[in-house]
Design a protein around this ligand. Structure first.
Ligand code: CP
Ligand code: NVA
Length: 396
């Protein structure tokens, strides 16, 4: 639900700022900061999260393993060749998903599952006695959109009309010359002392409030896959508009279209009837679906893409590369299509190279690595609230 999404994002921000000082010990000791250090939540103390992964992963796996450790617990990685499970309905003569869910859920306090078909994670959830969280299926990738959102909020200053009117400049190289910072003058009066204390305590405790985002136009260019699908059911409900372009034959699958409509989000495009640009109800944003990438990036604040060949689609690579010709995200395509001068770029990674060129991917518009870092803090918030404290917060 929308309140749950908002809670997870602000909890990620809060936990991140509690945890960061622990990860940078060289910062300890300055201004006696070590006295004020507080551990992030320890709600996974003596608990184990089973990671049932039938596909490879870098970010989701590292985020889960490191954040479980930080919450005082353990993530137990169970790759497809590590356990007796047979994901494809008894194929290979292994143990059923149903029995595996019951057994693993009997020893662990949560399951984080990366699967092929979405029905596999649903079956796990049906038979598991503990919470099951989707770490990616062919249809959805819910933990990714949380990291995208946290990153957009943290970079809200880039989405003011002034910033969006200007093309971002390359960040200057760091200055190598080491300069000692001027020591701050000691507060002299009682009231100065009080102000300094209040400010620094607040800043340390909360990392400052999470900045609010204005309503954005988010363009997605490429394959209608798991990454896009979670954006479709999330961003419009938070008031952002989406513009999508995919080649004919690579549009949204039926269960995704049904979910979008069930949530009350307007979806328009050539395959969904005429484009009228009518607003959704309840203050939601809408989704406009095109064929031409240039139509999708019109007035975009953010441009997003994903690989054209998702895990499991390797055998169709040649055909896909042909069908997606012209869908690469480049400066020229976005300029021709009329994206705002200051548009920013997101990609969940791993990048395969065809869907975006180096100039955009490594350029000043790109937020791809801050998003990758934020996979950790958002996964940590999910584990904390839904596994560490599931008995008290699951019903909220
Ligand atoms: N973005 C993402 O889920 O990456 P991994 O496949 O490496 O986990
Ligand atoms: N669409 C991609 C996302 C990887 C994180 C895939 O499913 O392979």
């Amino acid at each position: 639900s929308v309140p749950q999404i908002r809670r997870l994002i602000s909890h990620s921000h809060y936990q991140k700022h509690l945890a960061l000082p622990w990860l940078a010990p060289h910062e300890k000791g300055k201004n006696n900061a070590s006295r004020n250090l507080r551990l992030p939540s320890q709600s996974l103390f003596s608990k184990t999260v089973a990671m049932m992964f039938s596909k490879r992963s870098t970010r989701t796996r590292v985020a889960a393993e490191t954040s479980a450790a930080m919450l005082g617990g353990k993530a137990l990685f169970l790759g497809k060749d590590d356990i007796q499970i047979s994901w494809n309905k008894g194929e290979g003569g292994g143990e059923s998903v149903r029995d595996s869910a019951r057994v693993i859920g009997g020893m662990c306090q949560g399951i984080f599952a990366r699967v092929g078909g979405h029905h596999e994670v649903e079956e796990l959830a049906k038979y598991s006695p503990v919470p099951v969280i989707n770490a990616l299926s062919d249809l959805w990738h819910p933990t990714q959109v949380l990291a995208d959102l946290l990153t957009l909020h943290e970079h809200a200053h880039l989405f003011t009309p002034e910033s969006l009117a200007e093309k971002p400049m390359p960040t200057p190289e760091p200055v190598s010359e080491h300069k000692e910072k001027e020591p701050e003058p000691e507060p002299s009066t009682e009231s100065d002392k009080k102000t300094k204390y209040t400010k620094s305590k607040k800043a340390k405790k909360f990392g400052g409030p999470l900045p609010e985002l204005p309503s954005l136009t988010i363009a997605y260019v490429g394959d209608s896959a798991n990454i896009l699908h979670d954006m479709l059911v999330t961003y419009p409900r938070l008031g952002h508009n989406m513009r999508v372009a995919s080649p004919v034959g690579y549009g949204a699958p039926k269960p995704v279209v049904s979910k979008v409509r069930e949530l009350g989000i307007r979806l328009e495009g050539s395959t969904f009837g005429q484009i009228t640009e009518q607003k959704s109800e309840h203050g939601f944003g809408n989704i406009l679906w095109f064929e031409d990438p240039k139509d999708a990036v019109k007035s975009a604040d953010v441009v997003v893409t994903d690989t054209w060949i998702s895990m499991g689609q390797e055998s169709t690579k040649t055909q896909r590369l042909k069908d997606f010709t012209g869908y690469q995200v480049t400066e020229a395509m976005c300029e021709d299509g009329g994206a705002k001068a200051g548009w920013r770029f997101l990609h969940c990674l791993p990048r395969k190279g065809d869907e975006v060129d180096d100039e955009v991917f490594y350029g000043p518009r790109s937020l791809v690595f801050p998003v990758a870092d934020n996979r950790k803090w958002t996964t940590m918030a999910v584990f904390d609230l839904w596994i560490g404290r599931w008995d008290t917060s699951a019903e909220e």
